[in-house]
Design a protein around this ligand. Structure first.
Ligand code: SAH
Length: 364
């Protein structure tokens, strides 16, 4: 038998067509879509405004879920990490980061990653596969339900960042579709300006993103100001070196809204890319291309198998001051959820001991 359709991967139009193919009228498709995305039900049986026989038919033809929750970790700082397993056995991780004014959900676009950045733990998994739109949307629904409960309102807005495992611009179609589904006012209604997509620098896709009518914000993971160093840290640079990446950023810049900026992320690796000289080179690179940019300095999150140490706070501050003196806005990103392996670059399907998990969860 054909695999059942993932209902969370259907856009509103597709949901309508889907129910029509099953012999129902279009408004049933709208009911289905809003039950799945607005009420965030986790089974067709719960959609009691649909006829019982139709619910049974839906359950035979489609699935509301294709991710199995394998573990859930709660950090001392309130950050939560979810480890899911796809039906074909691949790990998917999602991080919920509570903040005072709004929450951020960091989702994965791929199981594992193909890009082999030398400082990132996810790279060690290699690429398993890209996720589907349904698998992307399901991560967000599960995180919201875990924190706020099914069918309840989310008390404040939610930002999304495609900064979990994988390279989102290499899962382009699924990503764009998932974002469109999540933006629908009949559903989650998380609009593109609440979404940031982070890329290691897939140049043709950066241009494609710029063309999109309603596009998310873009962040570029730079982490080195010269080709010589970036080739070493991020092998993708050999395919699209800095000159090409910067040219794509220049083109992307034309699509920026007033007040919007391109974000550059820079992982701070002690003794590798954090010298004053690197800060000067970075400032020159961004200024030379006249980029309306802001730089996020990310202290490196360590793991025993990674060959780097984080830069000291003083080093990061000195680096930041140089950028600012050159007219570039620079911020230091405080790591969240390091204790549960939920911070940047730490998503590698790690299991923590079950005892500490249940304690943590009770505390959270
Ligand atoms: N592939 C995309 C999405 C991953 S986002 C990208 O590269 O942008 C993850 C962010 O975490 C990237 O900016 C990456 O550079 C950063 N990162 C990776 N490993 C890290 C580590 N060990 N410590 C801190 N940040 C890390």
């Amino acid at each position: 038998m054909a695999k059942p359709v993932h209902a969370l991967g259907l856009s509103l139009d597709e949901a309508i067509r889907f129910v029509e193919d099953l012999g129902e009228r279009p408004f049933r498709g709208r009911q289905l879509f809003s039950a799945l995305h607005q009420r965030r039900v986790r089974s067709f049986a719960e959609i009691t405004d649909l006829p019982k026989a139709f619910r049974a038919l839906l359950a035979a033809r489609a699935a509301v879920s294709s991710l199995a929750l394998e573990a859930r970790y709660v950090s001392a700082d309130g950050t939560r990490r979810y480890l899911f397993r796809t039906q074909d056995g691949h790990p998917v991780e999602t991080v919920f980061i509570p903040e005072e004014r709004r929450d951020t959900i960091c989702f994965s676009s791929q199981a594992g990653c193909a890009l082999a950045c030398d400082f990132c733990l996810t790279a060690r998994l290699g690429l398993r596969r890209s996720l589907t739109a349904g698998e992307i949307v399901e991560q967000i629904i599960c995180a919201l339900n875990d924190v706020y409960g099914e069918a309840s309102d989310v008390p404040h807005g939610t930002n999304l960042v495609a900064m979990g495992a994988g390279e989102p611009l290499l899962a382009f179609e699924a990503l764009v579709k998932a974002l469109r589904i999540m933006a629908a006012p009949e559903g989650l209604h998380i609009v593109p300006r609440r979404v940031t997509v982070s890329t290691a620098g897939i140049v043709p896709r950066i241009r494609q993103l710029a063309e999109m009518q309603d596009r998310p914000h873009l962040a570029i993971s730079l982490s080195a100001p010269t080709d010589e160093l970036r080739d070493r840290l991020m092998p993708i640079n050999r395919r699209w070196p800095l000159a090409e990446l910067m040219a794509a950023c220049r083109d992307f810049q034309r699509s920026l809204k007033p007040g919007e900026r391109l974000t550059f992320e820079y992982v701070m690796l002690s003794g590798v890319n954090d010298a004053n000289e690197h800060a000067h080179q970075l400032a020159r690179l961004l200024n030379q291309h006249q980029l309306r940019a802001k730089v996020n300095l990310i202290p490196h999150n360590t793991a025993e198998s990674l060959p780097y140490r984080p830069s000291s706070d003083e080093r990061i501050e000195a680096f930041q001051r140089i950028l600012e003196a050159k007219g570039i806005r620079a911020f230091v990103r405080r790591p969240r959820g390091r204790d549960i392996f939920a911070a940047c670059g730490q998503l590698a399907a790690r299991h923590l001991s079950v005892v500490s998990v249940s304690n943590e969860v009770r505390r959270g």
